[in-house]
Design a protein around this ligand. Structure first.
Ligand code: DGL
Length: 276
């Protein structure tokens, strides 16, 4: 099985795309609903929660775990790869969701860390909507600047949206929050060429970002980009390819009945969680 981890239900947007692109793979999804949201937690807490989540998935048989959570990937991925994984689970791998997005935005493969400053590119202003922690980590900006200095990232921390989605707040308050954040960003930056939803919960309410930004602004789709990237990764690393019967199991650290409160955002097959 391939493990997919998120602080809560946002990573289901990534899982849905993975299932479409890789229909014969078996997946196990863990939502850390007991500790969600991560966006305002300390770095130490995010590292600890993410480590526990990956550990659970690996002990249940996953040799590859995708952190389908920008906050966990931005704050914890490198630390876990460098200080924990090899001792705890030799030979296993953790991948994040930032790398595929940085490749998609910059057009520069991850293996190339040098800038392409000598090539002629039109300057671009790309808005990124994310949790406060992801914005504070500066991880997107650092990696984009190394590869494509002609791109200016316009980060916008959006506290409250994840809580509203996980808490089943309903559409109107969420739409209001999104309109407010887009308005604030537009007041700070007159020119926005494209936008990236840098939180896996946000594709659940993508239509409100689209409406607030205007149809002419390209919205990079993280689920699709991550699914394409994992498909290529498995082609290059067949040892992590677990093609079997295309089954998916959803598990949660929280209460399965509370997770069902998100039903209005999710397709039926992504709604039944088992408590661990
Ligand atoms: N959906 C996650 C992300 O991509 C985490 C949100 C949160 O738990 O605050 O950042």
């Amino acid at each position: 099985m391939i493990g997919v981890f998120d602080s809560g239900s946002g990573g289901l947007t990534i899982l849905e795309a993975l299932q479409k692109h890789l229909p014969s793979q078996d997946f196990m999804y863990l939502g850390d609903h007991a500790n969600a949201p991560y966006g305002h937690r300390s770095n130490e807490q995010i590292v600890e929660f993410t480590k526990n989540g990956v550990d659970i998935l690996m002990k249940r048989g996953c040799s590859l775990v995708i952190l389908a959570c920008n906050t966990a990937a931005a704050v914890a991925l490198r630390t876990l790869q460098q200080t924990w994984l090899e001792n705890a689970h030799p030979g296993k791998r953790i991948l994040g969701v930032l790398v595929p997005m940085v490749e998609a935005i910059t057009g520069v493969p991850w293996s190339e860390t040098s800038s392409n400053a000598n090539k002629k590119y039109t300057p671009q202003n790309i808005a990124i909507f994310a949790t406060r922690k992801t914005v504070e980590s500066n991880a997107y900006n650092e990696e984009v600047q190394k590869r494509a200095p002609h791109i200016t990232l316009l980060p916008k921390a959006c506290p409250g949206i994840v809580d509203a989605i996980e808490g089943g707040a309903g559409n109107l308050p969420i739409q209001g929050l999104i309109e407010g954040y887009v308005r604030e960003l537009r007041a700070e930056h007159k020119k926005i060429d494209a936008a990236l939803l840098g939180c896996t919960h946000f594709p659940l309410v993508r239509k409100y970002f689209h409406a607030a930004l205007g149809q002419e602004i390209e919205l990079f789709s993280q689920p699709t980009v991550v699914a394409q990237s994992l498909t290529e990764y498995l082609r290059d690393h067949p040892e992590y390819n677990t093609e079997e019967s295309g089954k998916t199991k959803l598990i949660t650290t929280g209460s399965a009945s509370n997770v069902a409160a998100l039903s209005s955002f999710l397709p039926d097959h992504l709604q039944t969680f088992t408590e661990i």
